[in-house]
Design a binder for this molecule. Structure first.
Ligand code: PLP
Length: 418
């Protein structure tokens, strides 16, 4: 295994979020199917992560692969400047229909981080175009995560280990506590009063903060954020890159709160674990602020591979599958299965909390975890499960079969018990 990884190019690879000198050797995957990852040495792992939350229908869904094959032979890519194509147009129309309210205008980009960057530019320019030149700051929330590029990093919780050293390099934003009770609501409202006229938008991961700790908040808190944004006339950007496409039990987390953000960012499961695609969806009034005889008021954003036809074909096929298969019901059912299954972890001394929301199950531990050791133990049990910070989480494919889900849950319980 060692030889293979190194000889294949391991010496030349820079791994994500990894101290290369101390890096545990990655597994070598050769094939995926359903909820399984097959390794080069013949072992098969049950996937409890769904490849960073992208594989909403599991791996290699036949309908999605067929749509991509057809698109691949015809036109894997063409530039989007001055040329459009049916897969992107159809996808824009369908995203407008499936997202709440008048979120009707879709800008395609190539990754989640870029979607957030583009949404930030969109928010700032929304105000510039209306003569408000001082709205250059953003409010985001403690435990938030919004991506790895510079603008995104500035929105993340400054205590996230990943970026704490970059403080001086980044633009300064305002990091608030989520308004979950009277005290935090008063504080959040104060910020909105104090910074009036200087805020372009509030950015939130609705209902679930993913990377920052798999932390859940109530629909009431999300509604409160939306109401206060409307009241104080600042834009609301919902980062649904993790929560979108069924993960929390509804198509979008915002649906559960009846909230229509001004801008919604989509990524990850949008292209259902095939090729990278993300989107920024804007409401009518946001779009209207750019509609002008003045070329300077145009939105200046257009990644080279934007609206990649192959990715759009995959995303369209994924939406077909959402229509033809009971994906959302499966995600809703999983909430109880995860809660009841993981409940036995509760009795263990170091366990702080066990929680589930849709197809997300979390066991939070008091203190730091030895991720490397855990990883090896999970692999030993035949499962691919991630731990991060102080928690172990399960975010399987929404359609994982009962038996595999139970094996994931049992593996987590077993390892927590040890
Ligand atoms: C993953 C993620 C991003 C960044 O997306 P990339 O495609 O990795 O750039 C942004 N926001 C949230 C909430 C995410 O989970």
């Amino acid at each position: 295994m060692t030889e293979t990884w190194r000889s294949l190019g391991g010496e030349n690879i820079w791994l994500p979020y990894t101290q290369m000198k101390m890096a545990a050797e990655p597994l070598l995957a050769v094939a995926t199917e359903g909820s399984r990852i097959r390794l080069a040495d013949g072992r098969e792992l049950i996937d409890g992560v769904s490849s960073w939350w992208t594989a909403c229908h599991g791996y290699n869904h036949p309908h999605i692969l067929a749509a991509m094959r057809e698109q691949l032979d015809r036109m894997p890519h063409v530039m989007f400047g001055g040329i459009n194509h049916e897969p992107a147009l159809r996808l824009a129309k369908r995203l407008a229909a499936v997202t709440p309210g008048d979120l009707n205008h879709v800008l395609f980009v190539d990754s989640g981080s870029v979607a957030i960057e583009a949404a930030m530019k969109m928010a700032v320019q929304y105000w510039l175009n209306q003569g408000e030149e001082k709205r250059l700051k953003f409010i985001s929330f403690r435990n938030g995560y919004h991506g790895d590029t510079m603008g995104c990093m500035s929105l993340c919780d400054p205590e996230l280990e990943m970026y704490e050293r970059f403080g001086d390099y980044m633009p300064r934003q305002i990091i608030a506590d989520l308004p979950v009770d009277d005290k935090s609501t008063a504080k959040f409202t104060d910020i909105l009063y104090r910074e009036q006229g200087g805020i372009a938008a509030v950015v939130i991961e609705p209902l679930v903060q993913g990377v920052g700790g798999m932390k859940f908040h109530h629909v009431v808190a999300l509604r409160r954020v939306a109401d206060l944004c409307a009241k104080h006339k600042v834009l609301l950007i919902a980062d649904e890159i993790f929560t979108g496409f069924g993960r929390t039990g509804s198509m979008f987390a915002c649906d559960q709160a009846g909230v229509v953000p001004d801008i919604m960012c989509l990524g990850k499961a949008l292209s259902a674990c095939t090729v990278t695609l993300a989107a920024v969806v804007a409401r009518q009034h946001v779009f209207d602020a750019f509609w002008s005889d003045d070329p300077k008021k145009a939105l200046m954003h257009g990644p080279t591979y934007m609206a990649n036809p192959l990715a759009c074909a995959a995303a369209n096929a994924s939406l077909d599958v959402f229509e033809s298969e009971p994906r959302l019901e499966q995600a809703q059912r999983m909430e109880n299965i995860l809660r009841e299954g993981l409940a036995s972890c509760r009795s263990q001394g170091d366990v702080l909390d066990v929680r589930s929301k849709g197809a997300i199950g979390v066991v939070q531990i008091n203190g730091k975890l030895d991720h490397r050791k855990l990883r090896a133990e999970f692999i030993e049990q035949g499962v691919w499960v991630r731990s991060w910070g102080d928690h172990i989480y399960l975010t399987p494919a929404l359609n994982i079969d009962q038996e595999d889900l139970e094996r994931l849950i049992n593996a987590v319980c077993e390892i927590v018990r040890q």
